[in-house]
Design a protein around this ligand. Sequence first.
Ligand code: NCD
Length: 305
Amino acid sequence: MAPRHILRSTDLSGIELQKLFWSAYELEKASEHTLAETTIAILFYEPSTRTMLSFASAVQRLGGNTIVTANAKEFSSAAKGENLQDTIQTIGCYADAIVLRHPDVGSAALAASVSTVPIINAGDGSNEHPTQAFLDLYTIWKALREGHLENRLRLVFFGDNAFSRTVRSLCLLLAEHSSTLSIALESVRFCGIHPYSEPPPEVKEALSKAHITTEYDDGALPENMDVLYVTRPQTERHQSGSVPASFMVPNYALALLNPKAIIMHPLPRVNELPRHFDDDPRMWIFKQVENGLYIRMALLEMLLC
Ligand code: NCD
């Protein structure tokens, strides 16, 4: 049987996504060693703290084993010139699934084309980061369920919407499945600093096809925000490498958020989100981190058990 890969945030059906969220919700309370005798390879060609360690922790909590190459560019045979396909076929002999992060757009799909075991895309360049999108949407879903948000959301993306794979994957997921999950969107607005504030054309198109009202604005944040999703400048993907100095959420943003609202950020943050915001209960960035663990546990169980 062909292995099931997760390459894009839209690779799960609406029913599977609901199942994923409910099982993550259950896993927050208790888990079993459902991955005993299972080995997961973690193959990262780009830096990571959360994605890599939350996958490792997820596997261990489910009783499985990990084999890890955290700096694959230097420490795998890629440094000797081996191509990704050969590396993937080799690791498929040792592991039951491969979690892959790679700087090239399309690398996860390339890996999947030769892999005998499931590939989970943990970020391929500026393209997709599906598990981050699952945990981001799970965070919104949970906030709604638990009364920290009221439905008909005004969602604002502030930051590098042009190059952020987390913005891209989350928007594509929202376009496909927000209504399945009964998450109603009043509007989605993209703010940031020119020329990075607008998302790529495929994202605009997907949102418009889903009849989601979108707004574009270089600078200004609107009033009555429910979800403020911030991203850092993706400098490693900018041609000039120059970052506008004012790439920062203004202090007055807190006053523009509804009393029931959440601030999100996939992390790492650099200077775009003031540290004193951490004192505000609407700051949910570390709740996202925690949710990521349970979502990844739930996904591994869905794929491998
Ligand atoms: C993001 C990524 O790698 O795309 N981080 C993450 O996985 N949580 C965001 C970023 O690097 O800006």
